[in-house]
Design a protein around this ligand. Structure first.
Ligand SMILES: C=CC1=C(C)c2cc3[nH]c(cc4nc(cc5[nH]c(cc1n2)c(C)c5CCC(=O)O)C(CCC(=O)O)=C4C)c(C)c3C=C
Ligand SMILES: [Fe+2]
Ligand SMILES: [Fe+2]
Length: 344
């Protein structure tokens, strides 16, 4: 017969002196807004077989012969447009650090929990983050990939790197990883609250909202990546919560890279089409990004605004990501506390 231990007399999961580490992880970004900095970042990013699955000879020639020669210069100009000059870093770093600081404050009553942050590519690295948590005495680590929708090119590569780092260790910490949260109630509620709050500040009423997600090659989804399904589920949950019809909250995919077919409809083509069809006022939300970055601050708020207006659109609003806002921190805190159950 099984003996049931009453909760109040059960042995605490974490013994006195043991610590639990929480590592928030986002994609990564260049260290400097110049061509050399962007080249280092793109080389690491685009050499990852989770991002570019065919790393064969042809890709090596294209990467080294064309992309890493030309793209760093043009992209460095884009990074300069959004750079946080005060801290001399990319907004993705500033925001992720702040998310980590705010989570640490929210968990400060649990003295044995240590919170830190890392980037999959560039700095601070996952290796540095895990080493620092271990040095602080963490025998258990919760890795938190900051991607609401799972994809192999984002969430899985975070796990790959975490496991690679642990593979060097004889005494490994115990590991947990937070799951994707694409239709989590706290996440959908936070998105809805932040959209409503932002719309209330606008001097115009958008005729419709576009939910733009980062794209990926269609072939990755055809091979089984659940990413597109997760983006659809998020958008449908958001429509239900906001009481909006399909035609008033559109789903699109941005950031196409290379010549292959990516997930459709494309955000830029949709902007052009809508403006040409007579839509004059629009708002764009980017629910797949936990923090504002090049793809939201430059590609959406600047490039796509320009496309919309160039084709006859008049008013364009880019709704900020959840970032370190109160609703955004609610999502991260809820997710982390749920996955720490039994450990704290
Ligand atoms: C085949 C290439 C790419 C895939 C697949 C991909 C998936 C993917 N990316 C994000 C989130 C971000 N991507 C960002 C920048 C970025 N993405 C790619 C390529 C792929 N992304 C490139 C080459 C770049 C760099 C910029 C450029 O050269 O165009 C960023 C911004 C980082 C920053 O510094 O601000 C984010 C965030 C997701 C969620 C995703 C999954 C589908
Ligand atoms: Fe990307
Ligand atoms: Fe982009």
């Amino acid at each position: 017969m099984t003996t049931v231990v009453p909760i109040e007399t059960a042995k605490p999961a974490v013994q006195p002196g043991q610590r639990v580490g929480v590592l928030l992880i986002n994609l990564g970004t260049p260290d400097t807004a110049d061509a050399p900095g962007v080249r280092v970042y793109l080389r690491e990013f685009l050499s990852d077989p989770r991002v570019i699955e065919d790393q064969g000879l042809i890709w090596q020639l294209v990467l080294n012969g064309i992309i890493l020669r030309r793209r760093p210069r043009t992209k460095a100009l884009d990074y300069r447009k959004i750079w946080n000059d005060e801290k001399n870093e990319s907004p993705l770093k500033t925001i992720t650090r702040s998310q980590s600081d705010k989570l640490a404050s929210a968990l400060s009553d649990r003295e044995h929990v240590v919170v830190d942050w890392a980037m999959r590519y560039g700095n601070p690295s996952i290796r540095a983050g895990i080493d620092a948590l271990i040095a602080k005495g963490c025998e258990r680590i919760l890795a938190v990939p900051l991607y609401p929708q799972y994809s192999a090119s984002t969430s899985a590569t975070v796990c790959d790197e975490v496991f690679r780092v642990l593979s060097r260790l004889r005494a490994q910490p115990t590991l947990r990883v937070t799951p994707p949260y694409y239709e989590d109630e706290a996440y959908i509620e936070a998105l809805a609250t932040s959209i409503e709050a932002h719309l209330a500040t606008l001097p115009f009423k958008p005729e419709l909202i576009v939910a733009s997600f980062h794209g990926m090659p269609k072939s990755y989804v055809d091979k089984g990546d659940p990413y597109q399904g997760h983006c659809i589920a998020t958008t449908e949950a958001l429509r239900r919560r906001l009481g909006m019809e399909t035609s008033k909250l559109l789903l699109t995919f941005q950031s196409r890279f290379g010549n292959d077919e990516w997930l459709q409809p494309y955000t830029d083509k949709t902007m052009e089409r809508l403006a040409k069809e007579g839509v004059r006022r629009i708002a764009v939300v980017t629910p797949g990004f936990a923090a504002d970055c090049l793809e939201t601050l430059e590609e959406i708020a600047q490039e796509n605004a320009e496309i919309f207006k160039h084709n006859g659109g008049e008013q364009f609003a880019a709704i900020p990501c959840l970032n370190d806002s109160d609703p955004g921190m609610d999502v991260i805190r809820t997710l982390v506390l749920r996955e720490l159950q039994g450990w704290i």
